[in-house]
Write a protein that binds this ligand. Structure first.
Ligand code: ATP
Length: 321
């Protein structure tokens, strides 16, 4: 081992579809240092990002790394979904002299962060009455709808990546039924992220406009949200209302299907931006409205992750290979 390297620190990275964030996690001090955010398209390869980060580091390079990546993790070779990057895990470890490394997907890293979030990192939407179950779930609408669970197993946390975005979705009101009927003329089936994601919010808004015979002039999900929060356009408020209601239903189903009665956390870029609206919406009603399981779901705490870098917190605490 290179004597200048240290095992007390770990490179933690979160590679998203647009940005990558890299930092040094110091386990002895429970502290993050040297946090840098990179715009992916400015670099030809992920290795160039790591090289730049290492070069700017003004202390001994870490001998360990945990990297969260929004891409399928099968085999040594990783190919990013919406961009030109591909790299080999072993090649990266060799080039940067990493003695141990861990690779997790972006929602696994969110899940690994949950037991370590402080009060300042999250907002309680519903306190619940937590019982003995220690399994926690995270669901996050963003470009898609990701999710994972985490639980203690023989003294260490273990996360399981899941695919809530591809769960089915069912309507619960007359207007939702009409929306679904219209959507089924264009889509083979209605799965959660078709409607519960950034593009999903836009789709809900446009379909609602069509259903009501109105003009849809908001051209992005962020604009739908902006107009809804400002109370500028009823169509936007109603689309966002449907979005929150459907998110509540999907989260309730996810908790039931995974047995994550210890708590449900909302992650991703959209939820913190609509926090107040979400709390006034039918989100919680729909989360708990599950027939014979109503009372049981009433015990499950629901929280919103507000810290901007849960992925790095998760990568700091995830086990290495
Ligand atoms: N204020 C907003 N309201 C609703 N949707 C938004 C808002 N801002 C961005 N979006 C949409 O959210 C989606 C991006 O989600 P998010 O910010 O969670 O990023 P991601 O691509 O999923 O993750 P990463 O940043 O790690 O690459 C896009 O579809 C975008 O149009």
């Amino acid at each position: 081992m290179n004597s200048a390297m240290t095992l007390a620190t770990r490179l933690v990275a979160d590679i998203g579809g647009t940005n990558s964030r890299l930092a040094l996690y110091d386990s002895a001090r429970d502290e993050f240092r040297a946090l840098r955010t990179y715009i992916n398209r400015d670099y030809a390869e992920f290795e160039d990002v790591v090289a730049d980060w290492m070069q700017r580091l003004d202390e001994a390079p870490p001998a360990q790394a945990c990297i969260a990546v929004a891409a399928p993790l099968e085999g040594d070779h990783i190919t990013m979904v919406n961009m030109d990057w591909s790299f080999s895990r072993s090649g990266l470890a060799e080039r940067f002299q990493l003695q141990a490394s861990g690779w997790i997907n972006d929602f696994e890293s969110n899940a690994y962060s949950l037991p370590f979030l402080g009060e300042q990192d999250r907002k309680v939407i519903y306190p619940g009455r937590p019982g003995a179950c220690q399994r926690l779930a995270v669901v996050g609408p963003g470009t898609g709808l990701g999710g994972a669970t985490v639980e203690p197993v023989r003294g260490a946390y273990h996360a399981t990546p899941c695919e809530p975005g591809h769960m089915g979705l069912s309507p619960q009101s007359e207007e939702e039924l009409a929306l679904f009927r219209l959507l089924l003329t264009r889509h083979r089936d209605i799965f959660a992220e078709l409607l519960i994601s950034g593009p999903g919010l836009q789709r809900l808004y446009q379909t609602l406009a069509e259903l009501r015979g109105e003009q849809a002039s908001a051209s992005s999900p962020a604009e739908v949200t902006r107009r809804a929060l400002a109370g500028e356009e009823a169509l936007c408020s109603d689309a966002l209302g449907h979005f929150c209601a459907l998110l509540g239903s999907a989260c309730g189903d996810f908790v039931l299907a995974t047995g994550s009665y210890g708590g449900l956390y909302l992650a991703g870029g959209i939820a913190p931006r609509i926090a107040d609206f979400l709390m006034q919406s039918r989100f919680m009603v729909r989360f708990q409205q599950k027939g014979a399981m109503d009372n049981h779901l009433g015990t499950v705490p629901v929280l919103l992750i507000t810290t901007p870098q849960p992925g790095l917190i998760g990568a700091a605490h995830a086990p290495l290979d």
